[in-house]
Write a protein that binds this ligand. Structure first.
Ligand code: SF4
Length: 374
C-alpha cells in the first residue's frame, strides 16, 4: 500500500503581507466554518484515494491555519481522522506568531498534530513592519516558548533579501534562532512577485549580497549541527520534513482546499479552483473542485524528477533513477554531467550526482543543462 502525503490548504489571513502572492484571503474569517464543511466534503469525494492508500504525512498550510479557533481545528482534524487508513507519522500545522495561543497549541497537540511550523521571517521589527507582517519578534519569542511546551518538532521559516536587511541583520536572525534550537529551519531568498505591494516599491537586493546571505545560512546552520538537506531547508538529525520530501522525491500526495494540487497514479497531476467562493459552491453541489487534470508524459516525469532531485543535497541516485525510468542516468545525460562537473556545479560519486554549493547558487543553469536533452 503506498503511503502518500495529504495537504490541506487554509486560505485565510488577517492581512495580506506585502510580498505575498499565495492564494490567501484577508478579512474572510466569516467563511471559515463553511470552508471546513467544503474541505470535509472534498475529502469524502476522494474516498477511493484514501481506501487504497495509507496517509503517512499531513500538512495543514496556508494562508494562516492558526487563525482557526480550537474548535474549528478539532472539527477539521476529527473529520480527517474518520478517513480510511488515516494514521500519519508526521502531522504539521503552519502558524503565524500573532495568532498562536496556548489554548490553540494544546488543541493541536490533543488532535494528534505533532509538528508546528512558525513564520518568523526575520528578527528585526522595522523590517517585519515594512513587509506587512502582523507580528513583532517579541510575539514570535512568546509563541515559540509556548509552542516548545507542546511540541518537540518545530520549524521556523526565515526569509533573506528583505528591504533594508543587511548581512549582519540576517546573521543576527540566525544567531537568535540557533540559540532557540528548533528542529528545523527554512531559509528562502525573497522572490519579488508581480502584483504584490513590494514589487512596485522594492527592486530587491543585489545578487552578490543575496548569495552571501545564502552562504551565511549554510555555514552558520551547518556549523551548529543542522543538516542542509534541500536548497532552502535545514534540519537537526532525523527531523527533515517528511511531507515536503514527498514532493521533492516524486511520491504521491493529495491536496484538499482552494488552489490545492495533487499528484497520484504515477502520472496524474490535478489542481483545484483558486476561487474561494467557487470552491465552496462546487462542494456544496457535491462536485469535485478540480479544474485541471494533466496526464504527464514520460518526458514530463523525467523533467520533474531531475528538477526536484537537483534541489536535494542527496541529488540523483543512479539506482533510483534506473528503477524509475529503466535507463541509465549516466548514459542518458553524459554530456550534461560532464558540463556540470567541469563547471563545478555537481559532485559525482559511484552511486549519485549531487549539487555543490555553486550548483545550488546556479540552480537554474544546472537544471537547464539537463533539460537541453529533453
Ligand atoms: S501570512 Fe503568509 S499566506 Fe498570509 S498573507 Fe502573509 S505571507 Fe501570505
Amino acid at each position: 500500500m503506498s503511503m502518500p502525503g495529504l495537504y490541506v490548504h487554509i486560505p485565510f489571513c488577517l492581512r495580506k503581507c506585502h510580498y505575498c502572492d499565495f492564494v490567501s484571503y484577508p478579512n474572510m474569517e466569516n467563511s471559515i466554518d463553511e470552508y471546513i464543511d467544503a474541505l470535509l466534503t472534498e475529502a469524502k469525494l476522494n474516498d477511493a484515494f484514501f481506501s487504497s492508500r495509507r496517509i503517512d504525512t499531513v500538512f495543514i498550510g496556508g494562508g494562516t491555519p492558526s487563525l482557526l479557533s480550537p474548535s474549528q481545528i478539532e472539527r477539521l482534524v476529527c473529520g480527517l481522522q474518520s478517513l480510511p487508513n488515516f494514521n500519519p507519522t508526521e502531522f504539521t500545522i503552519e502558524s503565524n506568531p500573532e495568532t498562536i495561543t496556548d489554548t490553540k497549541l494544546a488543541a493541536y497537540a490533543n488532535a494528534g498534530i505533532n509538528r508546528l511550523s512558525i513564520g518568523l521571517q526575520c528578527h528585526d521589527n522595522d523590517i517585519l513592519r515594512a513587509i506587512g507582517r502582523g507580528h513583532t519578534y517579541q510575539n514570535f519569542l512568546t509563541a515559540y516558548k509556548l509552542a516548545a511546551n507542546h511540541f518537540d518538532n518545530i520549524n521556523v521559516d526565515t526569509i533573506f533579501g528583505l528591504p533594508n536587511q543587511t548581512l549582519e541583520s540576517f546573521r543576527e536572525t540566525l544567531r537568535q534562532l540557533i540559540e532557540l534550537s528548533p528542529t528545523h529551519i527554512s531559509s528562502y531568498s525573497l522572490k519579488l512577485e508581480q502584483g504584490t505591494n513590494l514589487y512596485s516599491s522594492f527592486y530587491g537586493i543585489d545578487d552578490e549580497t543575496d548569495r552571501e546571505m545564502y552562504h551565511t545560512a549554510i555555514e552558520m546552520l551547518s556549523d551548529t549541527g543542522y543538516f542542509h538537506y534541500e536548497t532552502s531547508n535545514f534540519s537537526q538529525q532525523g527531523f527533515e520534513c517528511k511531507h515536503n520530501m514527498k514532493y521533492w522525491t516524486g511520491e504521491e500526495y493529495l491536496g484538499l482546499g482552494v488552489a490545492a494540487h495533487s499528484y497520484y497514479d504515477g502520472n496524474t497531476r490535478t489542481n483545484n479552483t483558486d476561487n474561494l467562493m467557487q470552491y465552496i459552491q462546487m462542494l456544496s453541489n457535491g462536485e469535485k473542485p478540480t479544474v485541471n487534470t494533466i496526464t504527464l508524459s514520460n518526458a514530463d516525469m523525467l523533467e520533474d524528477y531531475i528538477m526536484l532531485h537537483l534541489r536535494l543535497v542527496e541529488g540523483i541516485v543512479f539506482d533510483d533513477f534506473y528503477n524509475k525510468f529503466n535507463t541509465s542516468f549516466q548514459n542518458e545525460y553524459a554530456d550534461a554531467i560532464t558540463f556540470a562537473k567541469d563547471a563545478g556545479l555537481i559532485t559525482i560519486t559511484d552511486s549519485s550526482v549531487h549539487p555543490t554549493i555553486k550548483g545550488f547558487d546556479l540552480q537554474n543553469t544546472l537544471i537547464s543543462e539537463f533539460m537541453k536533452k529533453m
